[in-house]
Design a protein around this ligand. Structure first.
Ligand code: LLP
Length: 443
């Protein structure tokens, strides 16, 4: 397994992260356990902020909180000078509860409810990324009732098809998101938005996909958006001051993944922006971006305890862990690939090829097919790397498994930032109607 961030193998032959022995973490906090390398998260935030600063362009880096949204993470995002992208009242609430400055929050989503718009307006968030005509007029009306004027970006689908898994490509024309550039609805949206008295149109937003390894898609999106900005300026007299290019920067899950360093993505994007805007004699906009996975993905490691295993001679050996698709649905959903190691025997040679199964009652609950490990047995601690993004945030209680705890580790100290769910939590919201209550047996 590739060792990310502060991960290392200590003198006991154990995997250590943030100066904490993961075998001790597993003992102390139980498994499954999400371990987040705080120094690596902060390093990734800094890489983005520093690269944009270096470009000399005005910018905002908004952490896409959907990747991993808990209050402690919102604190880090604020401390590292980031803005925050939220897509629901739940993410907004989490950010506000964490004391995140509302003026640095951007609200996304293709179906924001009137209640969500109200909540965000009342909180005084910085910007709404408006997705469609219904939202555009609803937001204007609600803002009007509140005698407010709010900033908006229009989400456009630039028709760029990033080379990625079908489910996570959102820049193409056939998408549930945004105003289409090609069929004229984006221009219509600019025309309507600029007339609405309670909205201040700042510019456009586009997001071309996720886990992208090349800069070409982003550059193409910039070219399409500048073309659009120029025609809108000529025809409608509207000048954009913000260009939001979304997220999607790839990370290394396995050795076949070849992401660019953050600085390279940013340099390619900002130089294209400079070039293209100069070419069209258009005033340079503020560049906003929304990295999620690339901020938290490789900082996360999930620890599991190995329970049973099943060797089918000549076929395969299944090694089962105490979590699975409930804490990491990505392999089942996207055929996502991960690397693993035995955290308690990290220095031992890999001896056998096994497949890691979860404990859910369905065959599709597999975490890794065919990975090499030392001969694993019951009680060993399995570490799966790169689980920081879209694991905790997509976790479920399928089969009524409890969602794991999350700990941040740094400089030899571990802090629980989310407690493990209890059995009581699982039935906490259940209600048994009076007529179904068990009849107490008379003695
Ligand atoms: N901005 C917008 C508008 C987005 O839709 C997304 C991700 C991001 C930013 C952040 O993208 P990132 O930098 O994290 O790639 N559940 C999937 C990923 C879905 C991404 C959805 N949108 C997965 O586990 O791979």
């Amino acid at each position: 397994m590739y060792l990310h961030g502060t991960s290392t193998i200590n003198s006991k032959g154990h995997l250590e992260i943030g100066g904490c022995d993961t075998v001790e973490l597993a003992e102390q906090y139980g498994t499954p356990l999400y371990v987040m390398d705080e120094a690596l998260i902060r390093q990734r935030c800094k890489e983005f902020v520093d690269a944009f600063r270096k470009s000399g362009l005005p910018f905002q880096v908004a952490y896409a909180s959907k990747a991993f949204c808990v209050m402690a993470m919102c604190r880090i995002a604020e401390e590292e000078g980031m803005s925050l992208d939220v897509v629901s009242d739940g993410e907004l609430y989490t950010a506000l509860q964490a004391g995140f400055p509302p003026e640095r929050i951007h609200f996304h989503g293709n179906n924001k409810t009137p209640q969500e718009l109200e909540m965000a307006l009342d909180a005084g968030i910085g910007c709404f990324v408006v997705d469609n005509f219904i939202e555009l007029h609803m937001l204007n009306a609600i803002a009007g009732e509140k005698r407010k004027k709010t900033k908006v970006l229009l989400r456009i689908t630039p028709g760029v098809d990033a080379h990625t898994h079908e489910y996570i490509s959102t820049g193409q024309t056939d998408s549930k998101f945004g105003f289409d550039l090609a069929n004229g609805s984006a221009k219509q949206a600019v025309s309507e938005a600029s007339e609405l008295p309670h909205l201040e149109l700042l510019g456009t937003h586009s997001h071309i996909g996720s886990q992208i390894f090349e800069v070409g898609g982003f550059q193409l999106a910039v070219e399409k958006v500048i073309g659009f900005a120029v025609s809108v300026r000529a025809e409608l007299g509207v000048t954009f001051s913000v260009l939001n290019l979304g997220g999607g920067f790839g990370i290394r899950y396995t050795e076949s993944d070849t992401p660019l360093p953050v600085a390279e993505y940013v340099a390619a994007i900002t130089s294209t922006v400079r070039e293209q805007f100069a070419k069209h004699g258009y005033p340079l906009p503020e560049i906003w971006t929304e990295p999620g996975r690339s901020i938290v993905g490789d900082a996360g490691t999930t620890l599991y305890t190995i329970g049973t295993y099943k060797d089918i001679p000549g076929v395969r050996k299944y090694v089962a862990v105490d979590g699975g698709m409930t804490d990491n649905p990505r392999p089942a959903l996207y055929q996502a690939q991960y690397e693993a190691m035995l955290a308690n025997r990290a220095a031992e040679p890999e001896e056998e090829v096994v497949s890691i199964a979860g404990k859910c009652c369905e065959s599709g609950d597999m975490l890794i097919w065919d990975t090499k490990l030392p001969k694993a047995s019951t009680g060993d601690v399995l570490a799966v790397a790169c689980t920081g993004a879209y694991n905790y945030s997509m976790a479920s209680n399928y089969n009524r498994l409890r969602r794991p705890a999350v700990v941040f580790v740094k400089d030899g100290a571990a802090d629980v930032v989310v407690e493990r769910e209890t059995l009581g939590d699982l039935v906490h919201k259940d209600v048994v109607p009076e007529r179904m209550k068990p009849v107490s047996k008379a003695r």
